[in-house]
Design a protein around this ligand. Structure first.
Ligand code: THU
Length: 130
């Protein structure tokens, strides 16, 4: 199964009764394994947790921490870019050159990288004097 197929499949499991906007994410790690996530909303925090965050959590829970590629899909008029918080999460586990593809259900795709999604990112080097 490709990352695209995995993201499209998991998107159908999204729990998004407040936004009605279902998102699926799939990532491949440096070790070659695939992890998936969908957005999960709740009544107290209707923005919920993002699909990308879910896929990253699954990866970390499985004992992996190195992203190799990411795919995000939603039923939107144009490819949906990861939110600010997810950009920082992607940056935590992936090099700047890691490819992130955003897709629509119709198959329109836009490719970017973690580095381009979060230029000037805060990282551990900024805490070097602490
Ligand atoms: N969402 C994601 O899961 N990923 C994104 O990249 C953008 C937004 C979700 C969060 C929330 O459940 C819904 O989309 C509306 O913001």
């Amino acid at each position: 199964m490709t990352l695209k197929e995995a993201a499209r499949a998991v998107r159908k499991n999204a729990h998004a009764p407040y936004s009605n906007f279902q998102v699926g994410a799939a990532l491949r790690t440096a070790a070659g394994n695939v992890y998936v996530g969908c957005n999960v909303e709740n009544v107290a925090y209707p923005e919920g947790t993002c699909a990308e965050a879910g896929a990253i959590a699954a990866m970390v829970a499985a004992g992996e921490r190195e992203l190799a590629e990411v795919y995000v899909v939603a039923d939107s008029p144009a490819p949906v870019p990861p939110c600010g918080g997810c950009r920082q999460k992607l940056k935590e586990f992936g090099a700047g050159a890691v490819k992130v593809t955003m897709g629509t259900l119709e198959g329109v795709e836009q490719e970017t990288t973690i580095g381009d999604l979060l230029p000037g990112a805060f990282d551990v080097g900024h805490m070097a004097r602490s």
